[in-house]
Design a binder for this molecule. Structure first.
Ligand code: PEP
Length: 257
């Protein structure tokens, strides 16, 4: 099976809604139509930008999917400051990141919370991008696969094969996020293949063949081709490099099959 690549731009807490509109328009202007026929691109701006970015994508008929960086698992209630998956669905959000390492490390998200979010995101017809990854200490202790595969199993708990096949897993070694350090293409391939193997074990081989696995961690135009050329790497979750439309447009073009 050929899996369609997905390149996702995670803007983190950058770009107000005016800057967001300009950035999306510039990115679209820079990308040839043919590229967008071969690769899915999702843009994940901060919550305050979502409505503006949704409008510009829809009015200008851009081939971009709208993404969110996070959500709560409940539809409504006394959760001050949180954002409902039901509200994201209303904005035509297509992809929602769950369990980004910054959320896990800075805001105490656990595997159990990530699992509840995945259920909620899928209940609202959106696609979760579930992030997994090891710290530098875990890597140096030889525990990369134990950590990453443990997060995969916990995050996917209770999901059917069909639900697993339709979601996205992002392998993001924590030591490579925002540090300029990238896993080698071989390392990225090894861990992504191990993730696919684990999915085959907890679901079946057809599910493992279908699930898309992104690599994330200092991906830029200069390393995109090599990383995306790996057989088990189906795209990228991109932070810093997605903030510059010129760089992100090059990266997307270099990621096409
Ligand atoms: C990310 O935000 O998920 C990420 C991988 O960031 P960066 O590309 O800046 O390392």
């Amino acid at each position: 099976m050929t899996r369609r690549p997905l390149i996702s731009g995670n803007w983190k807490m950058n770009n107000n809604h005016y800057e967001a509109i300009q950035s999306v328009q510039k990115l679209h202007y820079l990308l040839p139509k043919e590229t967008l026929e071969e690769v899915d691109v999702s843009i994940h701006p901060p919550f305050t930008d979502l409505r503006s970015v949704q409008t510009v994508i829809e009015v200008d008929e851009m081939e971009f999917a709208l993404g969110a960086q996070h959500c709560h698992w409940e539809d409504s209630g006394a959760f001050t400051g949180e954002v409902s998956p039901a509200f994201l669905e209303k904005l035509n959000v297509a992809y929602v990141v769950a369990g980004h390492s910054e959320r896990r490390e800075l805001f105490g998200e656990t595997d159990e919370m990530v699992n509840r979010k995945i259920v909620a995101i899928q209940n609202h017809q959106m696609v979760p991008i579930m992030c997994v990854g090891e710290t530098l200490d875990e890597r140096e202790a030889g525990n990369t696969e134990t950590k990453v595969l443990g997060q995969v199993v916990a995050g996917l708990d209770g999901r059917s094969n069909e639900q697993i096949a339709s979601l996205v897993i992002a392998y993001e070694p924590i030591w490579a996020i925002g540090t300029g350090k990238t896993a080698t293409a071989e390392d990225a391939q090894t861990v992504c293949a191990a993730i696919r193997g684990k999915v085959a074990e907890i679901a079946d081989s057809a599910t493992a063949e279908a699930v898309r696995i992104q690599y994330g961690g200092s991906v830029k135009a200069a390393n995109a081709t090599e990383l995306m050329g790996q057989p088990d790497v189906d795209g990228a979750l991109v932070g810093g490099a997605s903030l510059d439309p010129d760089e992100f447009a090059r990266l997307i073009q270099f990621s096409t099959p």
